[in-house]
Design a protein. Structure first.
Length: 658
């Protein structure tokens, strides 16, 4: 442990930051960290701990620091007693770029100078090359050199060749400076196109010798700007901005006091070139900082930190995401570190216009400006100025397109027009066709394939002249299905097949009265909460392979227009049916030979009162409960199809455990 270790610890406590302490001590951060670690190992105690507010002393550390400060104070007092008398004149010289934080640092430095002594200070605002020349040729002690980072190698090599040393002060992007009375000051973000026709106020000497002028202009100046005024004095630049309408300037971060003094505002600018600048402090290699130099450098870093450590330095939030596609904007929901944007399933977010806002002082990976495939989910990491990271999950929800109220499609044109909306959910009834005598025939509804849900009934009216229900294949749930009625059978003469391949649940009834329907197939329909009524005298096939539950009556009939039994279906089977809340009724199917309900356990009643004489089997091996009547009647003779007598019979009927 030595005196340097004590100074290290005291400075870390003062700044609550290894980084700031290292800067103030003019040493590298790793060396300072190593020195603190060596000190702690020597003492055998932990002096500091990290918290959300920075580095703070431990209880043992506070005790040690009290002793350290006392020792350093005594050493300083002892040195002051025995130091030889020095020159009473304070000398300081520096060349700098035109920057408010440097000028403010110099002002504070002068205000706090020891006025009991002679003072000789030189502060010159100029460009990078003249600043270097002033050190090399004019015996200036220090220079602050500003350059774009793309010219890094040029300046590094030049300083080396001239025998100069340097240290980084700050790296930043230029910001847009305008009058607060300018209309653009009302915008949160200025677009580069907004500056068209404005006058750019420029430094009078921005150029870098030994580089092609075309390269410098390309890097420093927008070739689209047609109005420029070159000004050498920083004060005059600010006066022009404050008093001349439609002027702007690109500047380093500027303190609030100066902005208010000149009634100016800083604005982010979308579309501006990504230009990063660096300020470095340089001097001759053999030059040793004087006490006066160190006082100025301390003020310089204080002013830099006032600007470079923003109020939101601890924050790392995504605050808003808005995407615009074809003139319509969609705002994301941001909850629990998840950014969820919901758009209709027909909308692609790829290459959308995106307004992505996050904590101003934070950084984000990946940069939203580089992302184009916004339909894909990804993670964003937002890191605060102080280095704390937060992960956000970005998710896309493709929502259904809903139509509120009943939808009635009476003509082919109306079908086409509605299909163009890409609606997926109808919150009401879907009515296809018309019962009017002269109604236009609709033969094709395949364009309705976007539909996934109908909360009300699907009603097929007489003017529908299609062979099947292709177009409704993607509907997963519906309130009910109605084709014709008990009073008036459907006159949809070309409708031979009723099938909805994706339908899984019905909250209401199925009601089909149609003389032409031959095939019925619902491959995925498992639950019908209401009743089922089919009267289809042309029935050949009846398929509900996964139907398990019918909430009310299940009634299958084959009566024709002459009120006689018909249909050619021979076997009726519902292999997964377990429960019928009402009566299970199968009647008037002229060719029926067997009925199989292999898993049916419960029904409100069984009604087979008019079955053909050739019926051989009614198979209900799992039936346990019938809450009402059981009726079975068949014709014992072999009359023509449709002729029945009322004699009771019981042929090969198996009701196990009944």
């Amino acid at each position: 442990m030595n005196i340097a270790h004590l100074k290290y610890a005291v400075e870390v406590e003062k700044t609550a930051s290894i980084t700031k302490a290292a800067e103030n001590l003019f040493m590298g951060q790793p060396n300072l960290s190593r020195g603190i670690k060596e000190l702690e190992e020597t003492l055998g105690v932990k002096i500091f701990k990290r918290t959300s507010k920075g580095i703070v002393p431990t209880p043992q550390g506070e005790e040690f620091l009290g002793y350290a400060k006392s020792i350093l104070a005594q050493i300083e007092e002892m040195e002051s007693l025995y130091k030889p008398e020095k020159n009473n004149k304070l000398k300081f010289s520096i060349s700098v770029p035109r920057a408010s934080y440097i000028a403010d640092a110099f002002s504070k430095f002068v205000r706090e100078a020891d006025m009991s002594k002679e003072i000789e200070f030189s502060f010159k605002e100029t460009n990078a090359m003249r600043a270097i020349r002033n050190v090399v040729q004019e015996n200036y002690g220090l220079a602050i050199v500003r350059y774009q980072t793309i010219f890094e190698s040029f300046f590094t090599n030049m300083l080396r060749d001239k025998g100069m040393k340097s240290e980084n002060i700050w790296e930043f992007e230029y910001q847009l400076l305008i009058s607060k009375n300018d209309p653009l000051s009302q915008k949160d973000v200025v677009d580069i196109e907004d500056l068209s026709g404005y006058i750019e106020i420029c430094h009078g000497d921005p150029f870098v010798p030994s580089l092609p002028m075309s390269d410098i202009k390309k890097a420093e100046m927008d070739e689209n700007v047609t109005k420029r005024v070159y000004v050498y004095s920083r004060g005059s630049q600010l006066d022009l901005l404050a008093t001349v309408p439609h002027t702007y300037m690109w500047v380093s971060p500027t303190d609030v006091e100066q902005l208010e003094r000149y009634e100016l505002v800083l604005k982010p600018c979308r579309g501006n070139k990504h230009r990063v600048y660096r300020d470095i402090l340089t001097s001759k290699k053999e030059y040793k900082y004087t006490a006066v130099d160190k006082q100025f450098i301390e003020k310089l870093y204080e002013e830099r930190d006032l600007l470079s450590i923003p109020e939101d330095a601890d924050e790392n939030f995504i605050t808003s995401v808005v995407m615009t596609v074809d003139g319509k904007s969609y705002t994301a929901d941001i909850t629990d570190n998840t950014v969820t944007i919901t758009v209709p399933y027909t909308v692609s977010l790829n290459n959308a216009e995106v307004e992505f806002k996050y904590t101003t002082s934070a950084t984000i990976i990946p940069n939203p400006e580089t992302v184009t495939d916004w339909d894909n989910e990804r993670n964003f990491r937002v890191t605060s100025y102080n280095g704390e990271a937060r992960e956000y999950a970005y998710k896309v929800v493709k929502s259904e397109i809903e139509s509120d109220g009943d939808v009635e499609l009476k003509t082919a044109e109306e079908v086409t027009s509605f299909a163009a909306t890409k609606t997926t959910v109808v919150k009401g009834n879907l009515i296809i066709g018309s019962d009017a005598e002269e109604a236009e025939k609709i033969t094709d509804i395949s364009a309705l394939a976007s539909l996934k849900e109908v909360t009300g009934n699907i009603v097929i009216r007489n003017s529908y002249n299609g062979a099947d229900l292709t177009g409704l294949d993607n509907i997963v749930s519906a309130g009910g299905l109605q084709v014709g009625s008990a009073d008036v059978a459907s006159k949809a003469t070309e409708l031979h097949m009723i099938s909805m391949k994706a339908l899984e649940a019905l909250s209401g009834d199925i009601s089909v009265y149609n003389n032409q329907v031959t095939y019925i197939l619902f491959e995925k329909l498992a639950t019908i909460e209401g009743s089922v009524m089919f009267n289809a005298p042309s029935l050949q096939s009846f398929g509900f392979p996964v139907l398990t539950t019918v909430g009310q009556d299940l009634n299958i009939q084959g009566l024709n227009e002459e009120n006689k039994a018909a249909g050619t279906i021979a076997t009726l089977e519902l292999p997964e049916l377990t429960s019928v809340g009402g009566v299970l009724a199968v009647n008037n199917l002229a060719k029926l030979t067997s009925m199989n309900f292999l898993k049916l356990k419960e029904a409100g009643g069984l009604n087979f009162h008019t079955v053909p004489v050739m019926l051989e089997t009614i198979n209900l091996p799992e039936i346990e409960t019938v809450n009402g009547s059981i009726i079975m009647e068949a014709n014992m003779e072999a009359p023509p199809t449709g002729s029945f007598v009322t004699q009771r019979t019981r042929r090969s009927v198996r009701l196990q455990d009944f």
